[in-house]
Design a protein around this ligand. Structure first.
Ligand SMILES: NC(=O)c1ccc[n+]([C@@H]2O[C@H](COP(=O)([O-])OP(=O)(O)OC[C@H]3O[C@@H](n4cnc5c(N)ncnc54)[C@H](O)[C@@H]3O)[C@@H](O)[C@H]2O)c1
Length: 261
């Protein structure tokens, strides 16, 4: 049997890039769609398709390209996403819609196209990259939070509809991760490394590797074959911790001290 195929959106950089490299190392053949090519070439032979996932025609052409090249798709990782930081009362309808288009509508389009093929094949795994902003409201992120809450809702719905036909659908919820997205967001001046590391019981940002490992687990039916409709939080304890800051910091051991990444 030929090696399984993993499709990853937004894998030119950040979490998606690390996920593509990890899944390639685990033996998957890889297909990627992104707006731009990666700064550093992929180590394995990757199908790289340049395009915007909010466009239905682009998604259809990408699916055709994947099936022409590989003839199958076993895993879909809906990773591409954009942030938008602004007080709710200042967000334009156009900006709100733009965030929803990328973070919520596009994952639906991709899940529909690849899901149809997976349902025909009777197996498949879809992993949606949501956020802890899909579980609770983080200030100044109305569109982003709404899109990620919606993505978790979509995950649960598809899990309910497709689980009985062999297609599992799960979500990963990262806390703050050190990627280009974080660099761009921090450049706006709204938070610092210290703000994040102090909020997390484990005292650091997530790494792309932390998130890629969780995605790889959910992707692989040998490891997570009965996990369906789950939201896997990978946040170093952020959402579990209702302590006030002084109490939280009083619990720090050496392992959590000074770590910002
Ligand atoms: N970085 C974090 O702190 C963090 C935390 C929680 C969740 N997430 C989520 O993880 C995912 C990846 O985040 P990241 O930090 O790696 O982001 P990133 O900005 O570093 O990378 C995102 C990639 O998606 C691509 N992309 C964006 N819009 C696209 C479109 N319309 N069509 C095709 N490609 C598109 C970009 O070109 C980029 O390569 C996102 O869904 C994000 O919301 C990130």
């Amino acid at each position: 049997m030929s090696e399984p195929v993993a499709v990853i959106t937004g894998a030119a950089q950040g979490i998606g890039r690390r996920t593509a490299d990890l899944l390639a190392a685990e033996g998957y053949r890889i297909a990627v769609i992104d707006l731009h090519a990666p700064a550093h070439a992929f180590s394995s032979d990757v199908l790289l398709y340049l395009g915007n996932i909010t466009q239905e025609a682009t998604v259809e052409a990408f699916v055709d390209a994947v099936f022409t090249r590989y003839g199958r798709a076993d895993v879909l990782v809906n990773n591409a996403g954009i942030s938008h930081i602004a007080p709710a009362e200042t967000i334009s309808a156009a900006d709100y819609r733009r965030v929803l288009e990328v973070n919520l509508v596009a994952p639906f389009l991709l899940a529909k196209e690849f899901g149809e093929q997976m349902l025909d094949a009777g197996s498949g795994s879809i992993v949606n990259v949501a956020s802890i902003a899909g579980i609770a409201g983080v200030g100044d992120r109305a569109a982003y939070n709404a899109s990620k809450h919606g993505l978790i809702g979509l995950t649960r719905t598809l899990a309910a509809e497709w689980g009985g036909r062999g297609v599992r659908v799960n979500a990963v919820c990262p806390g703050w991760v050190k990627t280009e997205m974080d660099e761009a967001d921090q450049a706006g001046g709204s938070y610092s490394d210290e703000d994040i590391s102090q909020r997390v019981p484990m005292g650091r940002f997530a790494t792309p590797e932390d998130i890629a490992q969780a995605i790889a687990y959910l992707a692989d039916s040998r490891r997570s074959g009965f996990v369906n409709g789950h939201t896997l939080v990978v946040d170093g304890g952020w959402t579990a911790d209702a302590s006030w800051e002084r109490l939280r910091l009083s619990k720090r051991g050496n392992a959590a001290e000074g770590g910002s990444r």
